[in-house]
Design a protein around this ligand. Structure first.
Ligand code: NAD
Length: 581
């Protein structure tokens, strides 16, 4: 179709190349098919991030693959490239610039990207994941260069299977999907939530060992209620309010069906940063038919349970001896509470309802008690125990006398001096976990927990805190980071060819993580092992999760390998360059 532009030149509309300026017409065909034939050699090889090694191509490879002249004469090693890049990245003052440099590297030289991430995990994790990834999502429209991952919007309704087939890689093992409604603590970021699946999958590879080509980040765009984004000219998503109800669930149903049709039973679908209502619903709806996992609910639960189990070593006593009080009864809080109750019920061989009685939750309206039951959301109802109404956290602490206090409300500074002192008044070693992120929202700081409890608290937090000196002793606070669990957990499912997630697998993951805490770590007050050892930790978690999958008859990779730990280690992706013939 042709029409006339303001300057009088003709413009091709609807397909083909738009000739806005009227310049190309003389020199190029206007209707072209974007078809190229490519082989991974020469110039194409240098631009293929999966195979590109940059200056690390050897003389022989340069000859064999038509690279002569396309690279300067120097030949580098991967180690030297890593040194140079880390040096460059450290020059940036602004974390978002580091994020962009890393994204660029990922698009240029995938193996080098993962080598950097694996070897410098503690330094780079806050860049590729929280907190910097949050800022990247907020500014995604502006920093967007090349699409990463798959976008499925309402426009693709009825065509989702076709869209999946457009993805260049066919053997997918892990999908991380978000609808962008609740990105970290930042709220609705719509289509710009893509940074989250991309970041999480980078961790699946770097920390867990899943091959990058087996990972697929997906963002489902059903609109956004974020007015600021809707009015931003650089916004990359659908410009409409969020679809809800039937329209939403039909799209999700089509998506879930298409994924199974295209990739089979064994593909792991990790739901990420969905809003509360959808997160619970999707998990319960699809857990019986698909291999699904929600990191915000189940991953968090598993990592916190691991911390509690490890803390019992410092504390003495059993899990069933503990009384738990949560501040915050959302995805994290109720997910953790449920998994702790399950573990407790198994240990004491009692019904889970019995174990739940040892666990209390406070939400924004006070202690969750029986008299509030009818007005509670369904996921809070199991926690409505018999008790008179209690309005504040301090009163709840005084009334319930918990041994473990867990903050998961997203509201900072709520573990006040009075609350911590109350915990320390009836516990020799109170366990205090301030999980809310980011650091400004932490219920209390590590220093406050140690000082107000006179150095007796066993403390861990969601955001990292530096070691604290109190009364001449150094305390190292642990970080209940989900990245301890999900990469190894997912990898375990993958190596077993698991077809469903069972809660017992989450318990197995917690146990495996708790077992990795050494005597030396305990001496410093740590209830999580050092993160620098994460690949080894992930292999242990994967082996235990896979073992549980076999035990439950949910594994399809048969026969079961004799030594699952060795098998897990042998399957882990290595970022070391390969030699090309
Ligand atoms: P959510 O929105 O699902 O739940 C928050 C809950 O807190 C809701 O039940 C809400 O009613 C309640 N709440 C809000 N204000 C309150 C107040 N003033 N007093 C008492 N309760 C209040 O969020 P979520 O996914 O459960 O996450 C909660 C927090 O936990 C976030 O800060 C998140 O960053 C953090 N988190 C940490 C980890 C980790 O450390 N590994 C993992 C997941 C989530």
């Amino acid at each position: 179709m042709e029409s006339t532009a303001k300057d009088g030149s003709s413009v091709t509309v609807g397909g083909g190349v738009e000739d806005v300026y009227g310049e190309d017409r003389a020199t190029e065909d206007q209707l072209v098919t974007p078809w190229t034939f490519s082989v991974a050699s020469g110039y194409t090889l240098l631009r293929d991030p999966h195979h590109n090694k940059g200056l690390a191509f050897t003389e022989k490879e340069r000859d064999a693959h038509y690279l002569r002249g396309l690279l300067p004469p120097a030949i580098s090693t991967q180690q030297l490239q890593e040194k140079k890049l880390m040096h460059n990245i450290r020059q940036y003052q602004v974390p978002l610039q580091k994020y962009m440099a890393l994204t660029e590297l990922q698009e240029r030289n995938e193996r080098l990207f993962y080598k950097l991430l694996i070897d410098n995990v503690e330094e780079l994790l806050p860049i590729v994941y929280t907190p910097t990834v949050g800022e990247a999502c907020q500014k995604f429209g502006s920093i967007f260069r090349r699409p990463q991952g798959l976008y499925i919007s309402l426009k693709e309704k009825g065509k989702i299977l076709e869209v999946l087939k457009n993805w260049p890689k066919k053997s997918i093992q892990v999908i991380v999907v978000t609808d962008g409604e609740r990105i970290l603590g930042l709220g609705d970021l719509g289509c710009q939530g893509m940074g989250i699946p991309v970041g999480k999958l980078a961790l699946y590879t770097a920390l867990g060992g899943v091959r990058p080509s087996a990972c697929l980040p997906i963002t489902i765009d059903v609109g956004t209620n974020n007015e600021k984004l809707l009015n931003n000219e650089f916004y990359i998503g659908l410009r409409q309010q969020r679809a809800r109800g039937q329209e939403y669930s039909e799209l999700l149903q089509e998506f879930m069906t298409a994924v199974k049709q295209n990739y089979g039973e064994k593909v792991l679908i990790q739901f990420e940063d969905f809003a509360n209502h959808n997160a619970f619903e999707l998990l319960s709806k699809y857990r019986a038919t698909h291999l699904v996992f929600n990191d915000d609910i189940q991953g968090t639960a598993s990592v916190v349970l691991a911390g509690v189990v490890a803390a019992l070593k410092l504390l003495g006593g059993s899990l069933a001896d503990q009384t738990f009080l949560f501040l915050g009864a959302g995805e994290a809080g109720t997910g953790i509470a449920e998994l702790i109750a399950l573990e407790m019920s198994k240990r004491i061989n009692a019904p889970v309802e019995e174990a739940r009685k040892k666990i209390w939750l406070v939400d924004s309206k006070g202690l969750i008690v029986r008299s509030r039951k009818n007005s509670l959301q369904h996921f809070k109802q199991p926690w409505a125990h018999e008790h008179e109404p209690v309005n504040t956290l301090l009163e709840a602490v005084q009334a319930i006398k918990p041994t473990v206090l867990i903050g998961s409300s997203g509201v900072g500074r709520t573990f006040t001096k009075e609350v911590v002192e109350a915990m320390a008044s009836f516990n020799e070693k109170p366990i205090i976990m301030a999980l809310s992120n980011p650091t400004t929202q932490s219920e209390c700081t590590a220093e406050e927990a140690y000082t107000w409890s006179e150095g007796r608290a066993i403390f861990a937090s969601g955001s990292p805190f530096d070691p604290v000196e109190y009364d001449g002793k150094i305390f190292v606070p642990g970080q209940a980071n989900n990245a301890y669990i999900f990469p190894g957990f997912g990898f375990g499912l993958v190596i077993a060819g698991a077809i469903r997630v069972h809660d017992d697998m989450l318990l197995a993951a917690s146990e495996a993580l708790a077992e990795q805490v050494s005597e030396e770590n305990y001496e410093k007050g740590l209830i999580y092992p050092p993160f620098s050892n994460i690949r080894n930790i992930s292999a242990h978690i994967a082996a235990k999760v896979a073992a549980k999958a076999y035990e439950l008859g949910l594994a399809t990779h048969l026969p079961q390998p004799a030594d699952l730990l060795k098998y897990a280690e042998s399957c882990m992706y290595s970022p070391v360059y390969r030699s090309f013939r």
